[in-house]
Design a protein around this ligand. Sequence first.
Ligand code: NAD
Ligand code: MN
Length: 353
Amino acid sequence: MRTHKIAAIGADGIGPEVIRAGLTVLEALAARDGGFRMEVESFPWSSDYYLAHGHYIPEGGLERLKQFDAIFFGAVGSQQVPDHVSLWGLRLPIAQGFDQYANVRPARVLPGVKSPLQNGAGIDWVIIRENSEGEYAGNGGRAHRGLPIEVGTEVAVFTRAGVERIHRFAFELAMKRPRRQLTLVTKSNAQRFGMVMWDEIFYEVAKDYPALKTDRELVDAVTTRMVLKPQTLDVIVATNLHADILSDLAAALSGSLGIAPTANLNPERQFPSMFEPIHGSAFDITGKGIANPVATFWTASMMLEHLGEADAAARLMRAIEAVTASGLHTPDLGGTATTEDVTRAVCEHIRQH
Ligand code: NAD
Ligand code: MN
């Protein structure tokens, strides 16, 4: 029997609700498969925990997380804590501390889900986000606070090693897709240094992948292409900030933020990788039992894939698609189903197929 050790961190808002649903589905899969089991430990780190203890991650917390095969993460962000404090308190220390530099964000219109685009069926993308440096390197400062001469800087940092490894990761992933197409997204007209370096390193790496079709777009221009000609894109590689924005757009174009998954990968597997829905805490629907768990289920499928459970990962995707196709939708997709309804239906499909 294969055992996978999972650290579950639901954290804030709807995070614990969707992680609970995700763990239920993972249990059903393990029972159906019979070849593996999940050993789950839940961590209470959240904004409430921060308000009570003064920190999100206690001393030695990252060392404890290191013992796990994967981290299953909900969402962090609270109305009681400034967003930059919660993000830098919990999610970024894990992603950066474990060098999860490749953030993989697939987007596709699931069966039965309506895209706001007429040609939404053309959406079948993977956005690769550089997840360790760039605009979120944490490099900046403020001087002369409150005075008329106040200055704030937010300096993006790009390193050759950091850029080259994300490009290589993107090329490798694109090679595994049927269309073998990779689009480089930067802003190297207005930004002349780090962005031009991104472009140059991309074309250096491209020499090693002659079978792959490449093209490039500026980040503003690619938004129009995503909306008007979605079928012309396949894999996209972009910086931390740019891909963050593009993937929320991709989620909305594929039907809802409530279905979009993401994997924060440490491809060398020196450290655990982290799997999470891309949405946040969703204060407006917290506690109502109507959060869409599909993003978390799809995320769980990516986690299973990473853990070497390809059969269970595929079974879960089939169950998700059967349930979305059946029209059992939460309110974000125009339906009236609850988180629990969708979870039960996915578990039932897993048991029977
Ligand atoms: P959000 O994703 O929480 O919500 C945006 C909108 O999408 C809301 O109307 C919400 O109800 C809806 N939505 C999101 N997930 C849904 C789901 N599963 N089912 C149905 N509807 C869903 O984004 P926001 O409002 O910008 O941020 C709220 C908080 O979450 C902030 O504190 C923010 O910092 C945090 N946040 C955290 C993460 C993360 O942990 N990775 C990501 C984004 C935002
Ligand atoms: Mn985001």
